[in-house]
Ligand binder design. Structure first.
Ligand SMILES: [Zn+2]
Length: 322
């Protein structure tokens, strides 16, 4: 699990303030030591007072040299322990449990890149990484500024260019806007040649899951939206074998907006990668009671089969005409 420490190029200021806090904390602990001594003896008290003054001078010196180092630009972001200073707001997202788990995990890596962090969150497995070139080309983002609140801040966050210091409340707001914006760009990106290729990779690994229908024999599925308008319906899974849609089995995925994938994506995908369209299976499930077909259902199925045969005949007729 990757943890976002926010120490990207734009996060320098944050790192600097953290460093200063560290120095101040150091000073405070020395003062506490001095107070302990003070209670014991007057002589000691005087000595301690002198000592305290000296320590404070030392601390001031440390702060000054830290400031000088920062001013000279010799500050090295890598010196900061990413886990310790990773942004607290990361734990406030909708997948609280997962993030709590990652906080206790020793194997947590840290990242300074927002997209990398976003993709690593549990539940975001369906998303692919949008190419940087695609995001940077403002033409691709046309109209999204009206869809997303705090658009420019959200854009800066996604591209790791956020310079502004935000309080916790607006940080959360911008974070949510950034997720929404990423989703909307994602819907556009995955129907480009590059996006389709990236999703193909995920489809081949069955990253989106498999069809729950027994007769589909673990066919890999594709994410699809039932509408292109955001905040209407959660993402569904489309099975190219039975050509039906299913709700994702995981609760996490049920919270993802279907508009982040769109109604077009899987169908355009199988048009572009027609070699990946699975063979339709002729077998179908027949309900039986004590081994006998149930009359009503059997009749309906016969009707469906008849319709199918008729359609095939018509198609063949059309082909022959050509
Ligand atoms: Zn299926």
């Amino acid at each position: 699990m990757i943890v976002y420490n926010g120490t990207g190029p734009s996060q320098k200021k944050r790192v600097q303030s953290v460093k200063l806090q560290k120095v101040e904390g150091h000073m405070l602990s020395h003062e506490q030591d001095t107070n302990l001594i003070r209670g014991k003896d007057d002589d000691l008290h005087r000595a301690a007072a002198a000592n305290s003054a000296k320590l404070q001078l030392n601390a001031i010196h440390t702060i000054t040299s830290a400031l000088v180092r920062l001013a000279l630009g010799t500050d090295d972001a890598e010196n900061v322990d990413g886990q310790k200073y990773r942004r607290q707001h990361a734990t406030r997202d909708m997948y609280k449990e997962e993030d709590a788990m990652s906080a206790t995990s020793d194997s947590a890596e840290s990242t300074a890149y927002w997209i990398e962090w976003f993709l690593s969150l549990k539940g975001n497995e369906f998303f692919c990484e949008i190419d940087e070139d695609y995001i940077m080309d403002r033409f691709n983002l046309t109209g999204l500024n009206t869809e997303v609140s705090s658009y420019s801040l959200a854009f800066d966050l996604i591209t790791d260019a956020l310079e502004e210091e935000l309080d916790n409340e607006s940080r959360t707001e911008v974070e949510n806007a950034a997720r929404h914006l990423y989703g909307l760009i994602h819907a556009r990106f995955i129907i480009t040649a590059r996006g389709l290729a990236k999703m193909q990779e995920k489809y081949r690994h069955a990253d989106f899951g498999r069809c729950p229908r027994v007769l589909c024999e673990n066919q890999a599925v594709m994410p699809v939206g039932l509408t292109d308008n955001p905040k209407q319906k959660a993402v569904k899974l489309f099975c190219p074998r039975c050509e039906d849609v299913y709700s994702p089995p995981s609760r996490r995925h049920n919270g993802i907006d279907g508009a982040y994938f769109g109604t077009t994506f899987p169908h355009l995908f199988f048009q572009s990668y027609s070699n990946l369209v699975p063979q339709k299976l002729a077998t179908r499930y027949v309900p039986k009671i004590f081994g006998f077909k149930i009359h009503q259902t059997a009749r309906e199925q016969r009707k469906q089969d008849e319709l199918r045969r008729e359609q095939q005949r018509r198609l063949q007729g059309l082909e022959n005409e050509e």
